[in-house]
Write a protein that binds this ligand. Structure first.
Ligand code: NDP
Length: 482
């Protein structure tokens, strides 16, 4: 473990300029595990200066050289899998097994993916007409600000910094104050991998201080943010008048749509995974399960049975399916959402509260746990079905036919990801065409090809990440014509 979590600026660990610190708490035990640098505008300015200084040389390096360093960093993440997974689990409350099998391997995969992508990428284009010839040159856009959330900490942190660094930007990044430790570790590993000082800077602290300072810094022209929709709106208000380039990956209220012809067992298992992985704290989680009426009762019962069987417990124990929520404050929000569901007339089919303390090992009795919860009997327009809960709370509802499935699924101000379960592939594709979501999975959930555009419609965000889209985002095009 780390006792102190410093910033990583200009190739070395640094405390916050004003010396401020804040506690880092393991939400599964309620115990303080470290003190975090609580940075502000001075620290961001220092990181920006370092990143600006490093930019000319870094952006002038050839893509394969940048790729090689990213690959070295990926190798170090793989080498330190156990340590990083433990830090991630302690920070976030997620099962250690999940951090080991998903979060940290995916962080390494992100670094490798963008290393490979930039090697293959041809940023410049040549275009001709009968009387002109043009070159479209894409050059690294400058210092990139990368702000990431607590739910998939290193996974989303690397998803942002890897394309930025690969494309030739230098970076000022801020992880969530709830989960700072793996980003701090990555800063150190970047030096070991051979990244020059100032290329990757990690500023720790509160969103309202360090995060807001990144957004407002005139020397950071590119901002990529993943987090809540309300925060995204605030960022736009500041970055818009400064004409910054902004990509926002925001919230979701995603439908899982199950047709009567689906492979029943696969659909039940898929809906449980989509609803509850990482305690439902993934923007892509399927929190509204819609089931064709003829299958509804059978599906609901099987679904609830599977949800009841999920083991809520110590994140460090093998066999735990559901760890702690990220904080007591977040659990209070989830509790309020479940109260609201009851007040709206919802029937709680399972869960609906914290686990009995006696069901938990003594070590984690002070943790922010919540039993996986399924609610039925609510109309699509109610707050429970409209507001993102971002916790282990799923509603189930029946539908009749494709038209109603589309209408219910699209009845949301969000449009991040839908998953559809049917044996009829033509129907799956028809649904994908009609669903107003940036991502549609057919008979799958969170099945990723990192080349495809990733992001949402409506209030789920602006822009797309992934593949060449992400590399393009971090470059400025210039048209040269003669
Ligand atoms: P927040 O919006 O609160 O925070 C996200 C990040 O932004 C954190 O690093 C946070 O810092 C920082 N931040 C907070 N306020 C500001 C500000 N004014 N200016 C700049 N940065 C700021 O979201 P959560 O951390 O609560 O994450 C959960 C939300 O993220 C959910 O709504 C979820 O849907 C969404 N999300 C979306 C994903 C997607 O890809 N579309 C993926 C994952 C999550 P700090 O935490 O230190 O306050």
């Amino acid at each position: 473990m780390m006792n102190r979590v410093p910033n990583w600026i200009d190739g070395r660990p640094q405390p916050a300029a004003r010396g401020c610190e804040m506690p880092v708490v393991d939400p599964a035990t309620g115990e303080q595990v470290a003190m975090l640098a609580a940075s502000g505008a001075e620290d961001v300015a220092e990181a920006q200066t370092a990143a600006g200084r490093a930019f000319p040389a870094w952006s002038a390096r050839r893509a394969p050289e940048r790729a090689e360093l990213l690959e070295r960093l990926a190798g170090l993440v793989e080498r330190d899998l156990d340590r990083l997974a433990r830090l991630e689990s302690v920070d976030s409350g997620k099962p250690l097994a999940l951090a080991r099998s998903v979060d940290i391997p995916r962080a390494a995969a992100n670094l490798r993916f963008f290393a490979e992508a930039v090697r293959a990428w041809k940023p410049d284009e040549e275009l001709r007409t009968a009387n002109s010839q043009s070159l479209v040159l894409r050059r690294p856009a400058g210092v990139a600000g990368c702000i990431s959330p607590w739910n998939l900490p290193l996974y989303l942190f690397t998803w942002k910094i890897a394309p930025a660094l690969a494309a030739g930007c230098t970076v000022v990044a801020k992880p969530s104050e709830e989960t700072p430790m793996t980003a701090a570790a990555l800063g150190e590993l970047s030096a070991e991998a051979g990244f020059p000082a100032g290329v990757l800077n990690v500023v720790q602290g509160r969103g309202a201080d360090a995060g807001a300072a990144i957004v407002a810094d005139p020397g950071i022209p590119v901002i990529t943010f993943t987090g809540g929709t309300a925060t995204g709106a605030r960022i736009m208000q500041v970055a818009g008048p400064m004409f910054k380039r902004v990509a926002l990956e925001l919230g979701g209220k995603n439908p899982t749509v199950v047709f009567g012809d689906a492979d029943f067992d696969a659909a039940v298992a898929g809906a449980v995974r989509a609803g509850f992985q990482n305690q439902g704290q993934i923007c892509l989680c399927g929190s509204r399960v819609l089931v064709e009426r003829g299958t509804y009762a059978r599906f609901r019962d099987a679904f609830v049975e599977r949800v009841r069987a999920l083991r809520v417990g110590d994140p460090m124990e093998a066999g735990t399916d559901q760890g702690s929520l990220v904080s007591q404050a977040h659990r209070a929000k989830v509790a309020a959402a479940v109260e609201r569901a009851r007040a709206e007339g919802g029937r709680v089919l399972c869960g609906g509260g914290p686990p009995e303390p006696a069901s938990l090992p003594a070590r984690v009795r002070g943790g922010a746990f919540w039993m996986p919860t399924v609610v039925e009997g609510l109309p699509m327009g109610c707050a429970t079905n409209q507001e993102e809960i971002f916790g282990p709370v799923v509603t189930v509802a029946p539908f009749d036919g494709e038209d109603e499935a589309v209408a219910l699924a699209n009845h949301s101000r969000y449009g991040l990801a839908a998953n559809v379960w049917t044996r009829d592939h033509a129907r799956g594709l028809r649904m994908a065409e009609r669903l107003d979501f940036g991502i549609v999975w057919i008979n799958a959930w969170l099945l990723r090809d990192l080349r495809v555009p990733f992001g949402g419609t409506k209030q789920s965000g602006v822009g797309r990440e992934g593949g060449d889209e992400a590399l393009r985002f971090f470059t400025e095009p210039k048209a040269v014509t003669w």
